[in-house]
Write a protein that binds this ligand. Structure first.
Ligand code: FES
Length: 162
């Protein structure tokens, strides 16, 4: 299967430095993966194969690490991450309808990124703002008491920011 090449050479050059530093350290795979995520924006198949080749660690082990820890993402994140809460308080107050409107406005399914790389849409557990249910976070900003009708304007605001 062909592996999409979305990671740039300079990102791999930086990763080479990290691998050289951690390669022979016991337990060094996790910090390598953390740096890879930071440098490349994700640990997709291309990154996994690169780390495997450079460290001599089987891809299956690297894939296992990449999918076990929630800190890792397998595809690049968009510039703006929208995390809609589907925790109980938000759910009973209609967050599913808000989610459907977000999917419609962004033209993507939850768990994916828009083709222009602007938005990643995620469903989250409780974000600690139950009093504002239904709530979501866009990057570090909290939006509460949401209705589907508010979503187009909120999305548009971030589209304008770019
Ligand atoms: S359940 Fe949504 S913020 Fe707590």
């Amino acid at each position: 299967m062909a592996i999409a090449n979305s990671i740039r050479k300079e990102q791999f050059d930086r990763l080479d430095g990290v691998i050289a530093e951690w390669k022979d350290v016991p337990g060094g795979l996790l910090p390598i993966m953390q740096h890879a995520q930071e440098i490349c924006g994700c640990v997709n198949e291309q990154v996994q194969h690169y780390v495997s080749e450079k460290t001599g660690t089987p891809v299956s082990v690297i894939y296992g690490v990449a999918t076990f820890y929630s800190q890792f993402t397998l595809q690049p994140r968009g510039k703006h991450t929208i995390g809609l809460c589907l925790g109980t308080a938000c759910y009973v107050r209609g967050s599913q309808l808000v989610l459907e409107e977000l999917e419609k406005q962004l033209g993507i399914a939850v768990g994916t990124t828009t083709p222009d790389g602007l938005f990643t849409l995620e469903a989250t557990r409780c974000i600690g703002c139950c009093g504002l249910a239904p709530a979501m976070m866009i990057n570090e900003e909290v939006y509460g008491r949401l209705t589907p009708e508010q979503i187009p304007a909120i999305v548009e605001k971030y589209r304008k920011i770019g």
